[in-house]
Design a protein around this ligand. Structure first.
Ligand SMILES: Cc1cc2nc3c(=O)[nH]c(=O)nc-3n(C[C@H](O)[C@H](O)[C@H](O)COP(=O)(O)O)c2cc1C
Length: 203
C-alpha cells in the first residue's frame, strides 16, 4: 500500500521530516512511502536572492511534484507544512484547494491522514497549524491519525511533536537539526499511518 507523503518546504526542515516519516512507513510490511512536493508559489527572483532558500530548493530538486493520481493511489496520506503565522503554508493549502475533482468524486473518503509541521520557535504554532489543517481533511472525508502517548518520546521531547502530529523546532535561523525525539515521533507517525491504512484496506 502506498503512503503518500506530500509536503511543502522552503528551507528543507519539513523535507527532512518527510524522509523520516517515510522511514516509519517502511517499518510496516506492505508500506510503500511515496514522497512528493507541491508547487512553489514564491517568485523565483525572491528565491534566487536568498542563499537559504536556494539551498532549500536545491536539496529537494529530485523530489517529483505531486499529481492527482498520487492522491488517488495512496492508501494513506501524510501532509507536511512549515508553520506560517500559526497556520498551514499557502503552498500546501494551494495544493489541497486543487483536490476538488477528487473531493466531488469521494476519492479521499475513508483514507487515513495526518499532518506534520516545523516552526522556528517553541510556541510558534505547531498545534494550531495541525489542528487548523485537520478541518479541510475532514471535509475531504479523511480519517485523522495522530501520535498516541504510547510513543514515549511525546513525554520526553524538548523540541516539537504532540499527539496532534510530529513537529520540529528549526530555530530562528532554521538550522536546528531534527533531534532524536522529534525524529522518533516522525517515524512513529509514518509507522502508524501505514498500519492504520493497511488495517482499513483489509475491512
Ligand atoms: C511567512 C512566514 C511565517 C512564519 N510563521 C511562523 C510562525 O507562525 N511560527 C513559527 O514558529 N515560525 C514561523 N515561521 C518560520 C517557519 O515556520 C520555520 O522556519 C520552518 O521551520 C520552515 O520550514 P522549512 O525549512 O521546511 O521551510 C514563519 C516563516 C515564514 C517565512
Amino acid at each position: 500500500m502506498k503512503v503518500l507523503i506530500v509536503y511543502y518546504s522552503t528551507y528543507g526542515n519539513v523535507y527532512k521530516m518527510a524522509k523520516l516519516v517515510a522511514e516509519g512507513v517502511k517499518e510496516i510490511k506492505g508500506g510503500e512511502p511515496v514522497v512528493r512536493k507541491v508547487p512553489e508559489l514564491t517568485p523565483q527572483s525572491v528565491i534566487e536572492s536568498r542563499n537559504d532558500m536556494k539551498a532549500g530548493r536545491d536539496m529537494q530538486k529530485d523530489v517529483p511534484l505531486v499529481t492527482l493520481d498520487d492522491f488517488k493511489d495512496a492508501g494513506a496520506i501524510a501532509f507536511g507544512t512549515p508553520t506560517r503565522f500559526g497556520n498551514v503554508s499557502a503552498q500546501l493549502k494551494n495544493q489541497i484547494d486543487q483536490l476538488t475533482s477528487l473531493w466531488f468524486a469521494g476519492e479521499l473518503e475513508g483514507k487515513p491522514a495526518g499532518i506534520f509541521t516545523s516552526t522556528a520557535s517553541l510556541h510558534g504554532g505547531q498545534e494550531t497549524t495541525i489542528l487548523t489543517l485537520m478541518g479541510p481533511l475532514l471535509h475531504l472525508g479523511m480519517i485523522l491519525v495522530g501520535v498516541p502517548y504510547s510513543v514515549k518520546e511525546l513525554f520526553t521531547t524538548q523540541g516539537g511533536g504532540s499527539p496532534y502530529g510530529p513537529g520540529h523546532i528549526a530555530g530562528l535561523d532554521g538550522n536546528r537539526e531534527i533531534d532524536p525525539q522529534e525524529a522518533a515521533i516522525c517515524r512513529a507517525f509514518g509507522h502508524r499511518l501505514a498500519e492504520v491504512g493497511l488495517q482499513l484496506q483489509r475491512k
